[in-house]
Design a protein around this ligand. Structure first.
Ligand code: DX5
Ligand code: ZN
Length: 220
């Protein structure tokens, strides 16, 4: 269903005054996913955007919308993100320690259900729920801000999780993914690579995306 590796640009780092133009540049560069970082100023110490912004851009692109909810109460707001047209909705195990019902709500709406795990959280916290997940998002920085340094110690979690995932479950990694880190994440079993600074800080999105795809092992 999803040809991998997938480069998912983190829209946290885009130019908000020109979001539509940014998306056109990304699609011209070959990306097919957009990663929407939603922050509530409570689960993480930063605020970004919410369902209204995502919804307003939905009709302008056919890209896959990968929502990453860094919010304390995703159950209350889930319907907003479903109605906004998110294709995958990922929330944090640290916010919802018993996530089964919420994962089922997302899947029964026909979307991909994801669980995210912070650097300090052991994989034992999510293991019981893996069969209910379509996507696992391993955080390789403390969530809240773009432009942070990649934490290589989280790759062990990817290595341990990979053989426990059902075929088709996507393993994603988010934070500090760049030309000097993406190959190690791919070698650890990751297939979706969220990248903010490594794309948006570059003048040429096409060469940035193609370079990341090549380093992640894309076979043409
Ligand atoms: C961090 C976000 C990331 C971040 C990635 O809380 O979840 O998606 O914006 O940005 P870079 O690639 O700059 O680390
Ligand atoms: Zn993210």
């Amino acid at each position: 269903m999803h040809a991998t590796p997938i480069i998912a640009p983190s829209m946290l780092k885009c130019d908000y005054a020109n979001m539509q133009q940014e998306i056109e540049r990304l699609e011209a560069a070959g990306t097919r996913w957009l990663h929407w970082d939603v922050m509530d100023g409570h689960f993480v110490p930063n605020l970004s955007y919410g369902a209204m912004v995502i919804r307003s851009i939905r009709s302008r692109t056919t890209s896959f919308f990968d929502a990453h909810l860094m919010i304390s109460d995703p159950a209350t707001y889930l319907d907003d993100y479903l109605q906004a047209g998110c294709d995958a909705i990922t929330f944090h195990i640290e916010a919802v320690p018993e996530p089964t019902d919420l994962l089922h709500r997302i899947r029964s709406a026909g979307r991909l259900a994801g669980l995210a795990i912070n650097p300090g959280t052991p994989i034992s916290a999510i293991e019981p729920f893996l069969p209910d997940c379509n996507l696992i998002l391993i955080m390789s920085v403390q969530p809240g801000f773009g432009g942070q340094k990649f934490m290589p110690e989280v790759l062990e979690k990817a290595r341990l999780l990979k053989p426990k995932l059902a075929p088709g479950t996507l393993l994603s990694i988010d934070g500090g993914i760049a030309a000097d880190t993406i190959a190690s994440a791919a070698a650890a079993g990751c297939q979706v690579f969220v990248a903010g600074s490594a794309i948006f800080d570059e003048a040429d999105y096409t060469s940035a995306v193609q370079n990341l795809e090549r380093l992640a092992g894309r076979v043409d």
